[in-house]
Ligand binder design. Structure first.
Ligand SMILES: [Zn+2]
Length: 251
């Protein structure tokens, strides 16, 4: 399935072989993973892949007094994507058919200790819950965009990022781990064009959240939970707000 930007300067070839039927997907609540969830379900439906489950993984984060907002936004994203693909998904008349997203797995960790986070995916392979991990990670904007240099994640830079093909890792239990990051070499402008091409701007876009700031150690930015969910910080120091605006022209 070929996807490209309107100007055809960025493209990917999206494909998931049939041997993978238990997909672990990291959903952050942001634009990229929300689109990937929507795209995987479209791909499975288009190809009549009714044997495939998606296990959505998100993090119940409790760092620096932050609330577990990723899982709240992710749950909204999952609900929206399911309703968009199947308007009857939540009304109990599925005639015995289960929703394609079988599990919303919220992984809770009590600290920033990376060893804890990194131990989770191998365990999911080990118990046979998943056979591939997919991620919506995208490339950084081009290096000549000065205002998007400070604060970026350098693992998304050219030369540091991996490739966009399926890669195999270690074997855990009976499962050989596999990883697929289809958007790793296209940037947020590619994602923006897909939202427009597939008509996702009015329904999916508004439930996603890119802003990463909330209760910072030095003081509150959002005064209430309602304030937080209704707004982004739009601040100079919030890289994710700036990238969203750069690609989509709005927050
Ligand atoms: Zn922000």
């Amino acid at each position: 399935m070929k996807l490209e930007t309107y100007d055809k300067t960025q493209s990917i070839d999206f494909f998931l072989p049939e041997r993978f039927n238990k997909i672990g997907l990291n959903v952050s609540g942001g634009l990229d993973s929300a689109f990937l969830l929507w795209l995987i379900i479209k791909f499975l439906k288009d190809n009549n892949r009714t044997d495939t489950e998606i296990v959505v993984v998100t993090i119940g984060q409790n760092d620096y007094g932050k609330r577990h907002w990723n899982s709240i936004v992710s749950a909204k994203v999952i609900d929206k994507v399911l309703r968009m693909h199947d308007p009857n998904v939540n009304n109990g008349h599925l005639n015995g058919k289960q929703s394609i997203v079988s599990t919303h797995f919220t992984y809770y960790r009590t600290s920033q200790d990376k060893t804890q986070a990194n131990s989770m995916e191998p365990r999911l392979f080990d118990i046979g819950l998943i056979d591939i991990i997919m991620s919506g990670k995208t490339a950084n904007p081009p290096g000549d965009i000065d205002e998007l240099l400070d604060g970026r994640d350098i693992t998304r830079d050219l030369g540091n990022r991996g490739n966009d093909q399926i890669e195999y890792g270690k074997t855990y239990g009976k499962t050989k781990s596999a990883y697929y990051t289809p958007f790793v070499n296209v940037d947020k402008r590619f994602i923006a064009d897909q939202y427009k091409k597939f008509n996702l701007m009015d329904d999916l876009f508004p439930v996603t959240r890119s802003c990463e700031r909330l209760g910072e150690p030095e003081g509150k930015i959002f005064t209430t939970e309602e304030d937080f969910f209704a707004n982004s910080c739009k601040a100079e120091e919030c890289w994710w707000c700036k990238e969203r605006y750069w690609a989509f022209g709005r927050y």
